[in-house]
Design a protein around this ligand. Structure first.
Ligand SMILES: [Zn+2]
Ligand SMILES: [Zn+2]
Length: 175
């Protein structure tokens, strides 16, 4: 490298010599341009592009994300109501499918709000089998007694499904 001994000058102010470099893009920056962040100095362009990455969603992205998450969560909950133990696997699979489908649909736009919108949709639309269970099973249990009714066996899997898909969606979007 021939320039190793040449004095660095700021990328944005070519006349200013400096020792600092942006710790993201590694370009030299002067002290006026440097933004002190928890991870070191950043140039103005890196700061700007990071902020852009942070919130890039359009308002309708939230509707799309909510709808897709809701449909997948609901279909998964119907499927898992027949499958007992396999609800866990379906919840995992549905969680990944939700993230993949929504990312495609909203073209990878991002917002810290998305994880709340999507995990709320995942939770809400996983509830119908639980609500149905309560409506059908509770009177039945009252009538025939807890032991004869098969107890809460199926409800456990519905709850597992809800909890797993909701936390799976939230966890994948946590960053
Ligand atoms: Zn930079
Ligand atoms: Zn500068």
């Amino acid at each position: 490298m021939s320039e190793i001994n040449a004095p660095l000058t700021c990328t944005f102010h070519p006349k200013r010599e400096t020792q600092l470099r942006c710790n993201r893009c590694d370009r030299p920056i002067c002290i006026k341009c440097a933004n002190h962040t928890p991870t070191g100095y950043r140039c103005p362009e890196c700061i700007r592009s990071q902020q852009k990455i942070f919130v890039t969603t359009k308002w309708f992205d939230f509707l799309i994300a909510f709808a897709i998450t809701g449909v997948i969560s609901f279909l998964g909950s119907l499927l898992s109501s027949f499958l007992g133990f396999y609800s866990i696997l379906i919840a995992m699979g549905a969680g990944f499918l939700v993230i993949w489908a929504v990312k495609k649909a909203i073209k990878n736009r991002r917002s810290p709000l998305l994880k709340f919108v999507m995990s709320t949709a995942a939770l809400l639309f996983s509830l119908p089998p639980i609500i149905t269970w309560v409506i059908i099973a509770v009177p039945y249990i009252r009538e025939v007694g807890f032991a004869a009714s098969g107890g809460v066996y199926s409800l456990i899997w519905y709850l597992f499904y809800s909890i797993i898909i909701t936390s799976n969606v939230f966890y994948q979007l946590r960053k």
